[in-house]
Design a protein around this ligand. Structure first.
Ligand SMILES: Nc1ncnc2c1ncn2[C@@H]1O[C@H](COP(=O)(O)OP(=O)(O)OP(=O)(O)O)[C@@H](O)[C@H]1O
Ligand SMILES: [Mg+2]
Length: 356
């Protein structure tokens, strides 16, 4: 598992935040809903929830934000606090191992405060149960003492807004999910939206960029603002060193060529998987293990690091008979599929593709 995390860390198109991302992300975060690009539906719904709460002079309902890494969950949680004019407390599921950790945080909240609980699906079971009561009744039972003499002392909490974030909404137990008044599911961003993200970030980083340069970066960013911002920084470096600092379509394309991020956002690993699948196995079907050996990577790396994006892009399909390349994969890699070997021959793979 550790290896996989490192793989993702090293990738320019990795989804998790690396050290440099963390250092600049604070500066690039939109500060209010108006600045937050895209996610129209979530934004509109959230706007209503927050406006209504403000009009009532009440604390906003608990909010659950789900979606892939780098789509703006943390950003949105901070915006919620800002829009409510409330302070925000930030913690995460893995940081709360004991119910007592959670009790300490909850009991120190002030009225209307936003508690941001990142990776909420990774909280421990006892903490989770304490959270149910806190969310619903604004109350916790603090256990004092041990064994048969232990007593539960009820403690009233001020009304607060819990904002939970998760990349895996499906992993949340239903009783927890049900206690959120509003759930916002974050989608991958359209290229035009990422272009706006790139323009905005370029302005904040004081980088000059042409419209086509922004479009070039956006198209390679895999629907993810975090990746768009990261590619922008690498392209800026290139434009500074090799050009006059202005990002044009040409400099963006050349820079990302150097960093091995292709026109569709595939990197070296993704392309190695596709190349092996197409060249060595005629487009499949081929088993995951065989494919991984051919690429020279761990099975898990291929499955968990490379494949999700290839599947999302419709370049690769996982079938019961193995991995197969789609026609789009042949086209993207600039290769022609081998001639079908008569009836029944190559057709089986196609059947696998649509047979699920
Ligand atoms: N809608 C948006 N408009 C502009 N910038 C955005 C938007 N969403 C995210 N970003 C940028 O992308 C970066 C990553 O966003 P954020 O940290 O909020 O993602 P996340 O969903 O919390 O990721 P993770 O699951 O890894 O915690 C931020 O620095 C922010 O600047
Ligand atoms: Mg986050």
């Amino acid at each position: 598992m550790r290896n996989l995390v490192n793989w993702d860390d090293d990738r320019l198109v990795g989804t998790d935040a690396d050290g440099e991302d963390r250092a600049v992300e604070a500066a690039l975060r939109p500060k209010d809903l108006g600045e937050f690009v895209g996610q129209e539906r979530v934004r509109e719904q959230l706007d209503l929830v927050l406006k209504a709460a403000r009009a009532r002079g009440a604390t906003a309902d608990h909010v659950l934000l789900s979606g892939a890494p780098g789509l703006g969950k943390t950003t949105l949680s901070m915006i919620i606090a800002a829009e409510m004019g409330a302070p925000i407390r930030i913690t995460s599921g893995p940081a709360i191992q004991h119910a007592g950790d959670l009790a300490a945080i909850l009991s120190s909240l002030t009225e209307g405060e936003v508690l941001f609980l990142d990776e909420i699906h990774r909280m421990s079971r006892p903490a989770e149960e304490m959270l149910y009561m806190a969310m619903e009744d604004f109350r916790v039972d603090v256990i004092v003492g041990k064994g048969p003499g232990a007593t539960a002392i009820p403690l009233e909490l001020p009304p607060f807004t819990l904002v939970g974030a998760t990349t895996r909404a499906g992993l949340l137990p239903p009783p927890l999910r049900d206690r959120f008044g509003f759930t916002g599911h974050m989608e991958f961003y359209a290229p035009a939206e990422l272009e706006r993200v790139v323009h905005r970030s370029a302005r904040l980083l004081d980088v000059e960029i042409e419209g086509e340069g922004a479009a070039e970066i956006a198209g390679r960013s895999r629907g993810t603002p975090r990746i768009a911002n990261r590619l922008l920084r690498r392209v800026r470096d290139y434009a500074q060193v090799k050009g006059d600092g202005v990002i044009t379509q040409r400099t963006a394309a050349q820079a990302l060529e150097v960093y091995e991020v292709d026109a569709r956002g595939l990197d070296r690993l993704d392309r190695a998987v596709l190349t092996a699948l197409l060249k060595l196995f005629g487009g499949g079907p081929v088993g995951l293990s065989t494919l991984a050996v051919a690429v020279g990577e761990e099975r898990e790396t291929v499955e968990e690091v490379a494949e999700p994006f290839l599947v999302r892009e419709g370049l690769l399909a996982r079938t019961p008979r193995g991995r197969i390349a789609t026609p789009a994969a042949w086209e993207h890699m600039g290769m022609t599929p081998p001639q079908q070997a008569g009836p029944g021959g190559g057709g089986a793979g196609q059947q696998g593709l649509f047979g699920e």
